[in-house]
Design a protein around this ligand. Sequence first.
Ligand code: HEC
Length: 119
Amino acid sequence: MSHIKTSMLAAALIAAAFSGAPARADGDPVKGKATFLAVGCFECHGRSGQGGRMNYPAPPLAQLQLPPESLAAFLREGRNDMPPYVASQVSDADVADIHAFLQTLPGPTDPKKIPLLAR
Ligand code: HEC
């Protein structure tokens, strides 16, 4: 009898851990890149997270300073021209992956590192 209770408790704990689990800090940057392209982040923020200038003045996202849970919270709300993404569109796991991808992007190049411009 007690082993049944134990396994039910374990199942409940596992269910609790997975439902509404906060975005993980250990996202997969390869999946994150695919999601970033698939769900359209790149349309406004650029493929390299360099930020947009054409239709929307979307800020650069390379080396984003927000922690993953803040990124998830921000995405759920949106702001001004930044559309909200609900969890059925971009899950918390997807957000963790996108976050990991953004950390791999180098951000702007120092002009002195361009050989022609180096002096
Ligand atoms: C339709 C254009 C558009 C799309 C698509 C879009 N964004 Fe944005 N995003 C914006 C704009 C514009 C802002 C600036 C909002 C403001 O502060 O007024 C912004 C702001 C942000 C910020 C805040 C950056 C900061 O430094 O304050 C983050 C993070 C972000 N977007 C991530 C994403 C991610 C991740 C996706 C894809 C899931 C995405 N955005 C899709 C336009 C877009």
